[in-house]
Design a protein. Sequence first.
Length: 552
Amino acid sequence: MRCVGLPSSSGSEAALGSISVGADSSGAQPEAGTHSRRLLDPQVVLPSWLSSAKVSSLIERISDPKDLKKLLRTRNNVLVLYSKSEAAAENHLRLLSTVAQAVKGQGTICWVDCGDAESRKLCKKMKVDLSPKDKKVELFHYQDGAFHTEYNRAVTFKSIVAFLKDPKGPPLWEEDPGAKDVVHIDIEKDFRRLLKKEERPLLVMFYAPWCSVCKRMMPHFQKAATQLRGHAVLAGMNVHSSEFENIKEEYSVRGYPTICYFEKGRFLFQYDNYGSTAEDIVEWLKSPQPPQPQVPETPWADEGGSVYHLTDEDFDQFLKEHSSVLVMFHAPWCGHCKKMKPEFEKAAEALHGEADSSGVLAAVDATINKALAERFHISEFPTLKYFKHGEKHEVPVLRTKKKFLEWMQNPEAPPPPEPTWEEQQTSVLHLVGDNFRETLKKKKHTLVMFYAPWCPHCKKVIPHFTAAAAVFKDDRKIACAAVNCVKDKNQDLCQQEAIKGYPTFHYYHYGKFTEKYDSDRTRQDLTILPKLVSDSWAQAICPPRPPRVLGL
C-alpha cells in the first residue's frame, strides 16, 4: 500500500505568502542580486570584516528589545542568530547570507550579537544562554509572534532553507546520518546527469516527505544502500512539488513511494515491494525482475465458509433472527485481519456443527459497508462487537479459535480497561502541542519522553520514568514530562522535535532543547537527574543505545 494524494494542510504555507525578508517599513522588497550594491539602513551596521565577507544586507542586525518585539509582531517566520561575539557569528552569517537570498519573501533572518553591551539585555530577556565554552551561537525560530523552536537540524544551506519554507515539516532525508550512502537528488538536471553517467545498477525512490509508507521504508532503503556500496547505487528524490510533473509523468508516479530500476541510464521496470527490508532489496538487486502480475484477491464473502457476511442492508434483520452474534469488522488490506480470519472461520465452523449452538459468527467489510462502520465507530481493524438479542456489548481481545468459542459459550462483560498513563495519578506532566512550550519555559530542567502507547519499549520504561518523576515532585525547577505522539494534536509537535522512534528523550533548559538523552532507560539511570546545574545533567547521559520502534 502506498501514499496517494496530498497531506492534510497545516496552514503554514498560506502564512508564508505574506512574509518578507529584509523588507523596509513600506513592505518593498530588495531586488535580487543587488545586496552587494545596496546601502544598508542606518540601524543595520555590520563590522567591516563582515561586510568584506559579503554578508547579505537581507540579514537584519538587532540590538534593541523593542525592535525585535516589533519585528516578531510584523513578520511571522523569523530565524534569529544569537552569537557570543561578532567573530563567533562569522561562519553562520556567511551561510545565512545565501539562505536569505533563497527564502526572500518567505522568511526573515536576524542577527543579535550577545557580546555587544547594548544587545546583552536583549539576549538575557530572550533566555539565550551562551555561557558554555563550546557554545558560540544559537538559532531560535519564531512563528506568528511567539517562540516556536530552537533550530536543531543540520546547519546546511539545504536544511535551513527547507526549514524556513516549512517550519513544521519533517527534516530532510539526507539529514539522517544513516542515509549518507543514498544519493539525494534535488533537481531534474542532477537526475538526468546521474542517469547519463552511472554505469552501475541504479534504484531510485521517488517519494513525498509527508508519506508514511515512504518514512517506514527509508531506513531499510538506506541500509541497503550501505550494504550495496560500490556495487549498486540507491538514490532518493522528493518529487512532491509541481516542478517535477514531467518526471512523474515519464515514470508513472501515481503514488508514493514509486521505485524505479535503471541500467546504464535506461529505465527497465519498477520495484513494488513497499514493505521490504534491506535484505529484501539487496537480494532483489542480485537478479532484478519486473513485478509479477497481481492475481486479484478473492473477497472473503465469496470464499464460502461458515461465517455470515453482513451488509448495511441486512445487518439489523440478521440480529433479529439470531440472538447471539459475534461480529468482526475488517478491511481487505488489513494484515491483522488476514491473520485472524482462519481462526475466526474455524470457530464459526465449530459453532455451526453444534446441535445446540451458542451463537454464530459474522463479518462486515467496513470499507464497503461504511454506514455500519460509522454507526459503531469503527476506527481500527479488526474490531469485534458482540450482540445479544440485538444489544451491543464490548468484547475483550480475542484472536484464536479457542478464545472465540469460550466467549460464545460464556459471554461476559469485559473488565474495565486499565487507565492510560495520562489517566493515572503520577508526577509526570503530560503535555500537548498547545501547552508544551509555555510549560517548559517555566522549568529549569525538563526531561521529556516522546512515546507511543502501543510501543513495547515505551511500556517497559514508563514505570521507571514515573518513578524518576516522583523523586523530583517537590522540586519546582525540575520536571519529567511526556508527549503522546499518536495524538492528533501532538503530531506536528513530534515532527518539529524530529522524533523518529519511540521512546525518545529530550532535555530542555527553560524550554530550549539542549540535548538528546540516551540511556539504559532504567529507574537507576533516570533517577540521576540533576537538581542544580545542567553540567550535572550532562554527566548522567549514557552512550547512544537502540532499539527504536517505528510507527505502524
